[in-house]
Design a binder for this molecule. Structure first.
Ligand code: S3P
Length: 433
């Protein structure tokens, strides 16, 4: 089992550019696949999750080429143009791929089955299957989990659906099914979630209205192929943002990061703790806003995280919990029960890791209470969760001795090259087979 050994260092310095956004890379491939014409994607994240989506669209009869690093060309087959795959589609570790494909495949003429790795096979799928069934889809899960079996050849109808959980994956799956349904589809969110699907559908020529927590879509005749430039992934930048807050020796810059306001809750949370953050060189990457993020070291103070920020930072809690461990005083996160159904139970696994490093914490049903203080040395088990592995690598900046992080191979799902990039700015991180 691969692991990281990370030694404390006096600090980090320099600047980084992080790989492309995972959410946007998945969507660019899927939307390109069902569009008419050729879609060109650049800045594509060549991580295992997005490569699973790439293999899946190929197995559905879509021709995909990779002319250069980060570049993908997709020959769209149109809204109903997929062909039956030869076998089950393997989504690996990628929850986004599985849930969005459920929406896409519900309206196809053929049957399909979706499977994944051990972690994905434990994740809840009924949250997507239920509304899709209401639209007329025929979907079976196994005790609410994968394998997901979808029977083709059904006609879908539009739906007016109030989501019980704030989830961009559920919203996106319904909207993708809505593209081929009869009549209007409307999705109401209980809280704002990432809106990449809405933005990209508009780029591909689909008219929709997104207002006051409701997205309404009328099925288009077609989607029209587009060029998509994928910005740097804010969720990957998050590890360097926290690293710089707790351990930069000078102003540290992360360049070309997507700063869609439905993703940047971490910046607000860290600012409430006293972090010194600036967004520079605002620009756009197609429909998505981009900036450079400058971080200066600061003394962080514990906070009670406002619950409205939780969905806007849903993937950033592993990194945030490390910031909280390095802050003065107590930090409390509540309203975050969704963390229990990510690539791991991120409340339990982060709590266990912090405890292993001597950081006092209390597990809550829907969050975590953390007492800032000295940290490490010790061994933590990431339980195969990429973001937990990277978060504890960052923790080494404030540790009193080396940290060993177990089961880190899945870092490649979202952030290939993380260890080398971290080393380039001064982290002492060694990869062990
Ligand atoms: C994602 C949505 C979020 C996030 C995941 C990516 C997306 O999941 O955690 O990493 O691309 O739509 P939920 O929709 O389950 O909150």
């Amino acid at each position: 089992m691969s692991s990281y050994r990370v030694r404390p260092v006096p600090g980090i310095a320099g600047e980084v550019t992080v790989p492309g956004d995972k959410s946007i890379s998945h969507r660019a491939l899927m939307f390109g696949a069902i569009a008419s014409g050729t879609t060109h994607v650049s800045g594509f994240l060549e991580g295992e999750d997005c490569l699973a989506t790439l293999r899946a669209v190929s197995n559905l009869g879509v021709s995909v080429a990779r002319p250069g690093p980060g570049q993908v060309t997709v020959q769209g087959v149109g809204l109903g143009g997929f062909t039956a795959p030869q076998s089950a589609l393997d989504m690996g570790n990628a929850g986004t791929a599985m849930r969005l494909f459920m929406g896409l495949l519900s309206a196809q003429a053929f049957d399909s089955t979706l499977v994944g790795d051990d972690s994905l096979m434990r994740r809840p799928m009924e949250r997507v299957a239920r509304p899709l069934r209401e639209m007329g889809a025929r979907i079976e899960t196994h005790d609410g989990r994968p394998p997901v079996r979808i029977s083709g050849g059904t006609r879908l109808r539009g739906i007016d659906y109030a989501m019980p959980v704030a989830s961009a994956q559920v919203k996106s799956a319904i909207l993708l099914a809505g593209l081929r349904a009869e009549g209007v589809t409307a999705v109401h969110e209980p809280a704002v979630t990432r809106d990449h699907t809405e933005r990209m559908l508009q780029t591909f020529g689909c008219e929709l209205v997104a207002r006051s927590g409701t997205v309404t879509l009328r099925p288009p005749e077609r989607l029209t192929a587009a060029s998509v430039v994928v910005p740097g992934d804010f969720s990957s930048a998050a590890f360097f943002i926290v690293a710089a807050c707790i351990g930069a020796r000078e102003p540290f810059v992360i360049r070309g990061v997507g700063v869609n306001p439905t993703r940047t809750g971490l910046l607000e949370m860290l600012a409430l703790m006293g972090a010194d953050l600036r967004l520079l060189n605002h620009r756009s990457c197609g429909a998505e806003p981009v900036a450079d993020i400058e971080v200066r070291p600061a003394r962080l103070r514990g906070i009670a995280v406002p619950e409205r920020l939780v969905p806007l930072a849903i993937d950033e809690f592993p990194a945030f919990f490390v910031a909280a461990a390095c802050a003065e005083g107590e930090t409390v996160v509540t309203g975050a029960e969704e963390l229990r159904v990510k690539e791991s139970d991120r409340i339990a696994v982060m709590a266990a890791g912090l405890s292993a490093l001597g950081v006092a914490n209390e597990v809550l049903a829907d969050g975590l209470r953390i007492q800032g203080g000295p940290l490490g040395p010790g061994t933590v088990d990431s339980r195969g969760d990429h973001r937990i592995a990277m978060a504890f690598a960052v923790a080494s900046l404030r540790a009193l001795g080396p940290i060993e992080i177990l089961d880190v191979a899945n870092v490649a799902t979202s952030f290939p090259g993380f260890a080398a990039l971290a080393r380039s700015v001064g982290l002492a991180i060694e990869e062990c087979a």
